[in-house]
Design a protein around this ligand. Structure first.
Ligand SMILES: C[S@@+](CC[C@H](N)C(=O)[O-])C[C@H]1O[C@@H](n2cnc3c(N)ncnc32)[C@H](O)[C@@H]1O
Length: 163
């Protein structure tokens, strides 16, 4: 590809109860049961066919309220800087978010989902089904995250203590 610019079109919008980024859980695993809707625009609705059989989906979206772009960030779970690509922070060069959420039901072009860590109104870029044989791994190392105590991760992840 010649150009260094890529144009993307939102395919929909994510509706969630989250209005304040500082009170929004940090990952779906700490947002269990938080319900919302994924609205897919009419033009893209035929692409939802056959999605009902999947219990979980990946949402890819645009962090439209991220502050700037940083290559070194202080992650939510720690108090020291890390390279942005070793974190899931929103202030990244292409501002792409990825959340693995539970698909509860589909009503036409509306997907009812749970476990949302996404702000209300976030532009949706793509949806992919979670496929057990492709996505699950047993030998995962989680880098600097492995050193973080589970209790602390849970408290910060749920925004029960300041990050
Ligand atoms: C650490 S990020 C992780 C998001 C996603 N699960 C990921 O791994 O890409 C989660 C935080 O992003 C922030 N956030 C959510 N939606 C956003 C949006 N549309 N724009 C900017 N920040 C957002 C919230 O503060 C939330 O707590």
């Amino acid at each position: 590809m010649e150009s260094d610019q890529i144009r993307l079109r939102p395919i929909g919008r994510i509706h969630s109860p989250h209005r304040d980024p500082h009170k929004t859980p940090i990952q779906p695993v700490w947002a269990r049961g938080i319900a919302g809707r994924v609205e897919v625009f009419e033009t893209f609705a035929p692409g939802l066919e056959d999605l009902e059989g999947f219990s979980h989906i990946h949402l890819l979206y645009y962090f439209d309220r991220a502050d700037g772009e940083c290559l070194r960030v202080t992650p939510y779970l720690e108090d020291r800087e890390r390279g942005v690509f070793a974190t899931r922070a929103p202030s990244r060069p292409n501002r792409i978010g990825l959340s693995l959420v539970r698909l509860i039901a589909r009503e036409g072009r509306i997907l009812h989902v749970e476990d949302l860590d996404v702000l209300d109104g976030t532009p949706l870029l793509d949806i992919k089904p979670v496929i057990a044989r492709c996505d699950l791994r047993e030998d995962v190392r989680s880098g600097w995250q492995d050193a973080i105590d589970e209790k602390r991760a849970t408290r910060r992840g749920r925004r029960q203590e300041p990050c």
